[in-house]
Design a protein around this ligand. Structure first.
Ligand SMILES: Cc1ncc(COP(=O)(O)O)c(C=O)c1O
Length: 321
């Protein structure tokens, strides 16, 4: 396996402390006390669904801001429905449990929260029906997922996004992420930072774990939810900022591959990636090859909002302490 040194994707990996407080099947406990059996169904067949949520530390305020937790749990409920599962709690209860996990851990840094609903039956046999389900939430201190200040270099993946007819990308199903892993590793091991994946009919879908916006001819364009994307929480927030803060229009339409080479600005967005300016695709400069003016402006507004510094966007976050 080639280990790439040029890629900026290799940012510091977060590690979990064994004493971290977690929530598992109705109880709060320590990370190292939870054990999963080797036969756990989800481990073999990808039968689970999950979320990635962030909380942002504001040192000046000595406050941790939980970002868009209700929207993530609402999406998780929809993902669960697709794969014949049911969340064991209401969205309000899940938000309260998340707050409790964060408080018990007394995190004073940016944090990533991972809820997972999975088939926990210890049985052989691929299926969705007649299985036991389990649910956990853990949280870890977490910084950048990809380098975002100087922009990232992307390749169009040789792997295609699985269509809704095969494995619906609109549901955040654990098994689907083997496909994202194929695309991401191909990109990183080829010296790029991130992969952009096309739909089966050759339109731009999204990054390996991010949605995409391009700026072209005075408007922002993003693929529609029918182009096999995950319906991103960050995508909704960015659309709101583009319209309300930049005063620009957001058009949802299919994007051709070569538009990635000919647009003025390009960005990937997601809970993990936040706002990642794309400065190069397939060895072609995007715009002038530097972080775009509007992308920079969006980053500034976004980071103010998620850290609880923008009164206008107070409803984006929940203060933990
Ligand atoms: C495939 C995929 N697309 C897009 C996103 C962005 O979604 P969100 O903004 O809700 O994190 C993610 C991240 O979860 C993802 O995994």
């Amino acid at each position: 396996m080639g280990v790439d040194t040029k890629s900026k994707a290799a940012v510091k990996k977060p590690e979990v402390h064994p004493n971290t407080w977690v929530y598992h099947d109705g109880e709060f406990g320590r990370y190292h006390d939870v054990r999963l059996g080797l036969m756990t169904h989800a481990l073999h067949y990808g039968t689970g669904c999950f979320e990635g949520i962030r909380a942002y530390w504001n040192a000046k305020q000595e406050q941790l801001h939980l970002l868009q937790a209700p929207a993530h749990y609402d999406r998780m409920r929809r993902s669960a429905n697709v794969i014949r599962m049911e969340l064991p709690h209401s969205t309000e209860e899940l938000v309260d449990i998340t707050i409790e996990v964060l408080r018990r851990n007394e995190f004073k840094s940016d944090t990533y929260i991972r809820p997972l609903l999975y088939a926990s039956s210890e049985e052989i046999g691929v299926r969705l029906h007649n299985l036991k389900h389990s649910f956990f939430i853990y949280a870890i201190p977490f910084g950048k997922y990809v380098e975002i200040e100087s922009g990232i270099r992307c390749m169009v993946s040789s792997w295609r996004r699985l269509p809704d007819e095969a494995l619906p990308p609109r549901a955040k199903i654990t098994g689907s992420y083997a496909q994202s892993a194929l695309a991401k590793s191909e990109a990183v091991e080829s010296g790029f930072d991130e992969a952009i994946v096309l739909t089966m009919d050759g339109h731009v879908s999204e990054g390996s774990a991010e949605n995409l916006f391009m700026y072209k001819d005075g408007v922002f364009v993003t693929p529609p939810v029918t182009d096999d994307i995950l319906e991103g929480v960050t995508r909704t927030l960015i659309s709101e900022l583009i319209k309300e803060e930049l005063g620009k229009t957001v058009v949802e339409r299919s994007i051709d591959r070569t538009e990635l080479y000919t647009c003025e600005e390009l960005l990937l967005c997601g809970t993990g990636a936040q706002i990642s300016p794309v400065v190069e695709v397939d060895h072609r400069k995007v715009g002038n090859g530097r972080v775009g003016e509007f992308t920079q402006e969006l980053q500034n507004i976004y980071f103010g909002a998620v850290r609880g510094e923008s009164p206008k966007h107070k409803d984006w976050t929940i203060p933990i302490y």
